[in-house]
Design a protein around this ligand. Structure first.
Ligand SMILES: [Zn+2]
Length: 154
């Protein structure tokens, strides 16, 4: 399956993404005494922005990642397909790349839209994000790039 390249959003949209992803970090629910905050926001194919913060659980396994929260937020508005996802953290020591699970669900969104979703990673010490394509961050999704089996249609 060939994904269509997505252009980097215009400056006004990039500003909106930066503002929303910083707000999503503030709205996250970290562990009580420790743990970084993470936020994400998506730019839908309709041009709308939906954000979500991570919600840590003390069980760890029940934690909801910010990328997942933002994608669910978009889907709950009937606008599930995205062109870009911005990710940020308040931890200046790490680059906020999506984890493996989130790369899978971002790729699954791309599988539906056929768009090579842009992943914008905002490191707190830098003003501009690093820009990646989901096909570069996750070249071998499960159960394969071509498979549409067991996937809901939109
Ligand atoms: Zn994740």
């Amino acid at each position: 399956m060939k994904l269509t390249e997505v252009a980097i959003p215009d400056n006004k949209t990039m500003d909106r993404l930066a503002k929303n992803v910083r707000q999503a970090v503030k709205e996250s629910v970290p562990l009580e005494l420790r743990g970084a905050r993470y936020g994400a926001c998506v730019l839908s194919t309709r041009g709308k922005i939906y954000r979500g913060g991570n919600m840590f659980s003390s069980t760890q396994s029940l934690s909801v990642h910010a990328e997942q929260a933002a994608l669910i937020h978009a889907a709950s508005h009937g606008d599930p397909l995205v062109r870009a996802i911005a990710i940020a953290s308040d931890d200046p020591t790490t680059e906020p790349f999506p984890c493996g699970s989130c790369r899978q669900i971002i790729f699954e969104n791309a599988r539906h839209s056929k768009l090579d979703i842009l992943v914008l990673c905002y490191q707190p010490r830098r003003g501009r994000p690093s820009v990646h394509k989901i096909s570069e961050l996750y070249p071998l999704p499960w159960p394969g790039r071509e498979s549409a089996r067991n996937h809901a249609t939109h």
